[in-house]
Design a protein around this ligand. Structure first.
Ligand code: FES
Length: 178
């Protein structure tokens, strides 16, 4: 049912004013595509990605994103998608793990390095490591072990050592090489 009007402002059937963010929509760019969210402005980005857009690569990483599995890039900065309500993201450019590969499907060098180093166990944590790793390599093209160990991502399958090797392989430009 179309909302009624109260003094020119749309209202819901139970007479609450429809929030401005819903009336006008929240425009976001995700992996190069433009979307307008017209649902609950407080919906966390993680649920918008997974439940609305079916971009299920980004995983739930705890109520505060503590294990890093829900990292995405907002602009150039890695952030926990569960902590970001859509209303804060109007006009933002967001990159998820699905957006790391090139348009022709070629993997990002860090994705390839994860394969080369067999750094993927069950895979649950992998999207978060990739986002954190891409950010790290941008900030520190030749990261040390200490730099990598400062990432707050965790892996319950015990892949940290191989993740470290993968990040270093990508840094060395050896992704895809024997
Ligand atoms: S690969 Fe399983 S949690 Fe990291």
């Amino acid at each position: 049912m179309a909302p009624a009007q109260a003094h020119g402002v749309p209202v819901t059937p139970d007479n609450n004013i429809v929030p401005a963010a819903v009336r006008s929509g929240i425009a976001v760019e995700i992996n190069g595509e433009h979307f307008v969210h017209t649902g609950d402005p407080q919906m966390p980005l993680l649920w918008y990605l997974r439940d609305v857009l079916w971009l299920t690569g980004t995983k739930y990483g705890g109520a505060h994103g503590e294990n890093g599995s829900d990292l995405v890039l907002v602009g150039d900065k890695p952030v926990s998608a569960i902590t970001q309500p859509m209303v804060k993201l109007d006009g933002k450019r967001i990159t998820t793990v699905e957006g790391l590969a090139a348009n022709d499907g070629a993997l990002h060098p860090l994705q390839q390095a994860f394969i080369d180093e067999d750094a993927i166990g069950c895979g649950y944590c992998t999207p978060g490591w990739l986002i954190a790793g891409v950010d790290l390599l941008k900030r520190k093209p030749q990261p040390t072990d200490a730099d990598i160990d400062q990432l707050t991502n965790t892996c319950r399958c015990g892949c940290q050592t191989r993740v470290r090797a993968a990040i270093k392989r990508a840094a060395a430009g050896k992704a895809g090489q024997a």
